[in-house]
Design a protein around this ligand. Structure first.
Ligand code: ADP
Length: 317
């Protein structure tokens, strides 16, 4: 079969500056504490996924909004430097760039507050104006940190034009049935799969139950990420489990985004779903060994070969 020549992965989604404070414990109301360390990292699920794709050798285009401020310019510059097409990443004069304030205590517990800012200002009309970018892409990726109606319009447009849609339903939310039915690749983690199905995903057996439910909702390929346990895939061929690479994890921020960047890069190159999944897992394994979101994303040449075989839970005859 001839593959279309355009290999662009179009990523519609959020960009945030992550302000990360490491501190012994969370302060009480009215209390001032001395923290251990403060860092700013580029983040936002959309930006992370686009950058992961570009650093792994894929062609990525980012559709999103930041403020025309220091954070926005830094996020824009970082994506450009990584080789992401930023023609549809607009800097808006009247709103602030999205910010995530993250406190990490000595027990490695996160507390996160998000100001969505400019991420709320990418609207369905913006999708209509750049229908070309989506219609000509090899794959459209969406997540849930921008207005739902914008995602809905983009997914419907891609579906009409025959462009496969990869939806990362994060942060966890329930979704309209018509939207799910237009998704080719649904990539939730355990929490998101649990919320979408009502089945508590805690191991391979419960993940398989949830994956069957999600397939019944119309998603053709379901990939549930299971943290250090790897990935469960359900599609027409059956249900199988690919184990994760064993590494010493120091910070799992953006593990899912890195996995998705690798998966999408592989799919756009014409790899099979299982091969693209392996690429995603190899990339995610490197990212968890480094701190932060975007600085942790690996280049293709840093990846080790994938060493495992899949275990089939169910195989279509
Ligand atoms: P999310 O970040 O969206 O919650 P997961 O935690 O499920 O996503 O991680 C996504 C993928 O990253 C996993 O499927 C796995 O391949 C890889 N990964 C995550 N944590 C680890 C880990 N501790 N060791 C190795 N790989 C990991």
């Amino acid at each position: 079969m001839n593959q279309p020549s355009n290999k662009t992965v179009c990523v519609l989604g959020s960009l945030n500056m992550d302000l990360v404070m490491r501190l012994p414990r969370v302060p009480d109301a009215g209390e001032t504490l001395i923290g251990h360390q403060f860092n700013t990292y580029g983040g936002g699920k959309g930006a992370n996924q686009a950058m992961a794709c570009a650093k792994l050798g894929g062609q990525a285009a980012m559709m999103g909004r930041v403020g025309d401020d220091d954070f926005g310019r830094a996020l824009h510059g970082a994506l450009q430097e990584a080789g992401v097409d930023t023609q549809e990443l607009k800097l808006l004069k009247t709103v602030e760039t999205g910010v995530a304030m993250i406190m990490v205590d000595d027990a490695a517990q996160n507390r996160i507050v998000l100001a969505q800012g400019a991420n709320l200002h990418i609207l369905p009309a913006d999708i209509d104006q750049r229908a070309d970018l989506i219609g000509e892409a090899r794959l459209l990726i969406c997540q849930l940190e921008i207005p739902l109606e914008t995602n809905r319009r983009a997914i419907a447009l891609a579906h009409t034009r025959g462009v496969p849609v990869l939806l990362n339903p994060a942060p966890a939310a329930s979704l309209p049935a018509d939207m799910l039915a237009q998704v080719s690749y649904l990539v939730p983690n355990e929490t998101e799969a649990s919320l979408l199905t009502g089945t508590t995903v805690s191991d391979l057996a419960s993940a398989a139950v949830a994956a069957r439910q999600l397939r019944a909702m119309g998603c053709r390929h379901v990939l549930i990420t299971l943290g250090a346990q790897g990935v469960l895939i359900a599609d027409d061929k059956g249900i199988r489990h690919w184990p994760a690479l064993q590494v010493k994890a120091v910070d799992t921020t953006a593990a899912g985004d890195t996995f998705i960047g690798g998966l999408a890069t592989g799919l756009a190159e014409g790899l099979t779903l299982d091969e693209a999944t392996q690429l995603g897992m190899c990339a995610a394994a490197v990212s968890v060994t480094r701190p932060g979101a975007q600085p942790a994303l690996p280049y293709r040449q840093e990846l080790a070969p994938y060493p495992h075989q899949a275990t089939w839970l169910e195989q279509t005859p």
